[in-house]
Design a protein around this ligand. Structure first.
Ligand SMILES: Cc1cc2nc3c(=O)[nH]c(=O)nc-3n(C[C@H](O)[C@H](O)[C@H](O)COP(=O)(O)O)c2cc1C
Length: 193
């Protein structure tokens, strides 16, 4: 049985997308930390985004297998967690490409009605604030419900979160735990069937 603040929670399959595909990604570490902190009602599934070709409507007649697998996984999820860096005040192209594939054809848009949480990490001064605003705008037009509030994680020191997602700072841990609890409540309320 799963309870959060005394309330029963059904199991929720959460698709996790990481907007950086580099091996030593800080955002991957943050995603690992969030998965550790998520409630037991969440069943996380990390979904790769680096094996799809660039979106091209010419490929729609026979969608590549990697694209089919990606959209099937999102379609079978009940919530979405995106952890992404900011690239030049927007989101990385590899993430946008995955979102574009999932948005077409419009009648089969896989993002519609998905409760979503977005966050990101950066060593930069203003974190991923602007990139997240872009992502929020994109997901809104696609019909996902993005959790309110904002979470920007500044990696002032590279060992803040290790590769396994252990956080070396209590206030950051508390903040991210509260963030995941809030996401769990949202996902529970908006559960996509
Ligand atoms: C093409 C490119 C553009 C970037 N633009 C930004 C930016 O606009 N804002 C920012 O905070 N960091 C920017 N950065 C720095 C990234 O935040 C930093 O490289 C971060 O570690 C990338 O995330 P990752 O560690 O998960 O790969 C940029 C990095 C690259 C490679």
């Amino acid at each position: 049985m799963n309870f959060l603040n005394g309330v029963f929670m059904a199991h929720i399959k959460v698709a996790v997308l990481v907007g950086s595909i580099r091996t030593a990604s800080l955002n991957r570490r943050l995603a690992n930390a969030l998965m550790r902190l998520g409630p037991s009602s969440f069943v996380f599934e990390e979904i790769g985004i680096d094996d799809m070709p660039f979106y091209n409507a010419d490929l729609e007649a026979s969608r590549p297998e990697t694209v089919r697998a990606f959209t099937d996984q999102i379609r079978s999820s009940q919530a979405l967690l995106i952890v992404t860096p900011e690239y030049n005040r927007s989101i990385p192209a590899v993430l946008k490409n995955a979102i574009d594939w999932g948005s077409k054809p419009t009648t089969e848009n896989v993002w519609r009605d998905l409760p979503a949480a977005i966050t990101g990490a950066s060593p930069g001064a203003i974190g991923t604030a602007v990139g997240q605003q872009h992502l929020r705008q994109i997901l809104a037009v696609l019909g996902a419900t993005v959790m309110g509030g904002e979470a920007y994680i500044g990696f002032k020191r590279p060992d803040l979160i290790d590769e396994d997602g252990h956080i070396d700072d209590e206030s950051t841990r508390d903040f991210l735990k509260a963030y995941m609890d809030k996401f769990a409540s949202l996902a529970q309320r908006l559960l996509r069937k």
